[in-house]
Structures are given as C-alpha cells and as structure tokens.
Ligand binder design. Structure first.
Ligand code: TRP
Length: 335
C-alpha cells in the first residue's frame, strides 16, 4: 500500500519563502517518490477565516496555485486541487464537528492566542472578534486530511497541534462507527519547519513579515537586505543556529552547504556579506521558477484547467468515501 502525503496552503497573501520550506518543498519531494500518493490543495475555505476581502482571496488562489506549479509540482502524478471544489469536505466537517469536544478546540493555539490578545488589551469580552470559523478551524483541517486518508502531512511546526487534533477527532469517530479514518502524522523538517521572517518572528502573513518567493529580482534583494540582524561586528564569531539569515539559507541549501556557511559564521562573516550570499543563492534557485510563475500567472485559464482535473480525481475518492461515512452514521437510502 502506498503512503499518502497531503498538505494545503491557506490562500491569503502571496506565496512566500515560508510556504516553500514548510509545505511545498517536502511535498514536491514526496510526490517524486514512486511509493507515495499525493494530495496537495489550496485551502481557500480556510482563507475565509482570515480574510473578508474577496479580491485578495481570489488573487491569492491564483498566485499560490501558480507557485506550486512553477516550483515543479507535477499535476499528473499528484492530485492538485482547490478545497472549495470538493463539496464533500464541508460535509465531512459537519460529521467531525459532531465528534469534536469543545474542550479540545478551547485548547487550540490559534484560538488561544486571540483570547490572550483580548485579555492583554483589557477587553471585557475575551472572545472579541472570534468567529466560529476561527474557533472550529481545526475541524475543517481535520476533514481535509481525513477525507483522503493521509498518512503524512508536511507542515510547519506551528501546525503540529492541528494534526494531533485531527488524530483525536478521527479516533473518536472510529471508536463510535468503525475504523474509517487513518490516523495522520505531521512531517516536520526540523531544520526548515518554521522560517523566521523579516523581523525575526515566524514568517507569516499574519505578522506582515514575509519574503515573497517571486518578487522581481531587485525587490527580492531589497527584502533580503532588510532582514533584521544584531549589532555584532564583522570578524566576530556568530551563532548560526536560530539566526534568521542562516535558517533561511539552511531551508534552501543542502546539508553540506549549510555546514560550510556555519563555518563562515564561526569565522565571523559580516552580516552584509551573508545577506549578499543568501540573496545570490536564493536568486539563482528561484530565477527559473520565477519565469515559469510569471508565465502561469498570465494564463489563469490553464491553471483553472489543471485544478478542475485535480478536483475531478479527488472527488472520485471523496464522493465514494462520504457515502460510506454517511451510511455509517445512519444516513443512507431506504431500501
Ligand atoms: N492550516 C494550514 C496553515 O495555515 C493550512 C491547511 C489547511 C492545511 N488544511 C490543511 C495543512 C490540511 C495541512 C493539511 O498552514
């Protein structure tokens, strides 16, 4: 039996270096193995939790789709689709919602972070601004994963809790109705899981500190030069681990290359020199994909076709599985 890999990217914002390191790179690598089956998708229903700007969501769907393809995802070997094209996913979300304890959702980091912010700002309502979408976000994500019986889910470290929640929810459903769901595991590349952004915090659209994958070369260089560093002087030995420049480099380099640069840190490489080095490395890796990306963005029809055929393949599985699940819970035709 083949191992099933699955991951999604929320379609808010422009594809950035963190998307590549956390999801796209490990996913494409898995899709090139002959012993895997692969499901990769645009999490556009998840985008609605974070954004009420239709134009931005639509643009991001196009850009993230183009990024996957430009970076080398082969849509013949992997099933590549939009979450919103699979109506069985929201249907499964409901079945799972009925097996999800509210206490489990109370513990979700993303929800708790907003409650904390409300409390810190002295708001009278700890749930201020929190929608049911945000609160039950992990259930939708569990449906994404469980629908296609994924074994492995490449994600950034910040998503591990969601995968654990998917396991919990799956176990409870299985306990009541039989062994329908596979229990998924997160695949986290320790060296590249959560990239830091311009300000040193996690690279995330929410912090507005992302470095886009496909900005024009000049702009791209500027972004790299803007990454925050400390006041250590050239010649002073520097700690590589945890340094934003080093971590980004490591996510895009081989082990050997990373070790070489680690030595340069010990020798006291200047921040300016390291930035230039990082820029050149990334730029040479990204210049071809950047061209492909621009070509794809200019042909949205082509992207739509790819996604339509992906959805068709995905639905062969999801429609059949949802019928089995409905029947298991007591919803099927009267004979
Ligand atoms: N929540 C993920 C993120 O923000 C995106 C996502 C949605 C996802 N559904 C998923 C990732 C299923 C893996 C599997 O990064």
């Amino acid at each position: 039996m083949k191992e099933v890999f699955l991951t999604g990217i929320t379609t808010t914002g422009t594809p950035h270096l963190g998307n590549y390191a956390g999801a796209i790179k490990p996913a494409i690598e898995a899709s090139r193995r002959s012993d895997t089956e692969n499901f990769y998708f645009l999490a556009d229903l998840h985008a609605l939790i974070k954004s009420t700007d239709p134009v931005a969501v639509q643009q991001s769907r196009l850009e993230i789709a183009a990024a996957w393809l430009a970076l080398g995802l082969d849509s013949d070997t992997a099933v590549f689709y939009c979450q919103s094209d699979i109506p069985e996913i929201p249907a499964l979300t409901w079945l799972l919602t009925c097996q999800t304890s509210k206490g489990l959702m109370n513990r979700a980091h993303a929800y708790k972070a907003v409650v904390q912010e409300n409390e810190d700002s002295g708001s009278a309502d700890p749930d201020k601004g929190i929608t049911m979408g945000l609160f039950s976000y992990p259930v939708l994500m569990a449906a994404d994963i469980l629908m296609f019986k994924a074994h492995k889910v490449p994600v950034g470290k910040d998503q591990i809790q969601h995968i654990e929640m998917a396991r919990d929810i799956a176990q409870r459903f299985n306990h009541h109705y039989g062994e329908f769901f596979v229990l998924p595991e997160a695949v986290v590349d320790e060296s590249a899981s959560v990239l830091a952004g311009l300000d040193g915090r996690k690279m995330s659209k929410s912090y507005n500190n992302t470095i886009p994958l496909f900005a024009p070369e000049k702009q791209f260089r500027k972004q790299i030069m803007r990454i925050k560093t400390n006041s250590q002087e050239p010649g002073e030995p520097k700690e590589a681990d945890g340094n934003t420049l080093f971590e980004i480099y490591r996510a895009f380099a081989s082990k050997e290359q990373a070790e070489e640069v680690r030595l340069r840190y010990n020798e006291g490489i200047a921040w300016g020199e390291m930035k230039q080095y990082l820029f050149e490395h990334l730029n040479s890796m990204l210049s071809e994909p950047r061209e492909r990306y621009q070509e794809l963005i200019a042909q949205p029809d082509k992207i739509s076709k790819v996604l339509d055929s992906g959805a068709e393949k995905a639905r062969e599985q999801s429609s059949k599985f949802l019928r089995e699940l409905y029947s298991a819970v007591g919803i099927s035709a009267f004979h």
